[in-house]
Design a protein around this ligand. Sequence first.
Ligand SMILES: [Zn+2]
Length: 246
Amino acid sequence: MPHTNNRILATASPVDLLDLRPRLRIVELQQGQVVAESRQQVSKVYFPHSGILSCVVELRDGGAIETGMIGNDGEFGAAQALNNKVSLHTVTVQVPGPASVVDADHVKAVAQSSPEFLSLLMKYEQFFLGQVQQTTACNAVHSVERRMCKWLVRMHDLAGSELPLTQEFLAQMMGVRRTSVTEVATQLQNKGLISYRRGKVKILSIDLDQYHACECHQAVRDLYAEEFLNTDGPKSPPDPGRPRTL
Ligand SMILES: [Zn+2]
């Protein structure tokens, strides 16, 4: 399984990848696995291939809300590795799948010897910060239905059309009641946009993206294009490495 299934590693120069490769290994991330605890030192950097990592802010009352999603378009842990810093949030595996993983110290060493690799990591951090800011605005302003559609479309971009998600998990990630998620899921299913069966959501129609998701998903796609595709022309979504089959 090539490490270049991850777009950050695919974008790294051959020399940088050669430096990383001896310490890179492939792991299978399991759904619900915690890869970083809030306020704890980050010791590994993860580059997902097909699964999704979720950055979650936990609240004192037991609630939690997702502020960022990391798929094969990104990585978790590099920014913290560069400065021997702690994670600012809990990071859990939302969708299982393989990932390349490497010791944080090694990422730091390669970045210190390669301005190009450092720049690549910083580009992703800039994108991730933009994603978090967009999510903050989205959570404050947009309806549960439009947020849920945005969320599903973003997941589709990163992990395909069949998603292993319970309504309880969806509600927790969105910081809403499960009954709200059930209501919206039923509406979307009745409109033929998704099918939902115990613990699995299948996205059926591109209308979910075009007419039902809020603007925030396209804004996040545009941010990624600005950082990585470096084009002045029409904005394109990140290529998740698989056909777009909504
Ligand atoms: Zn939104």
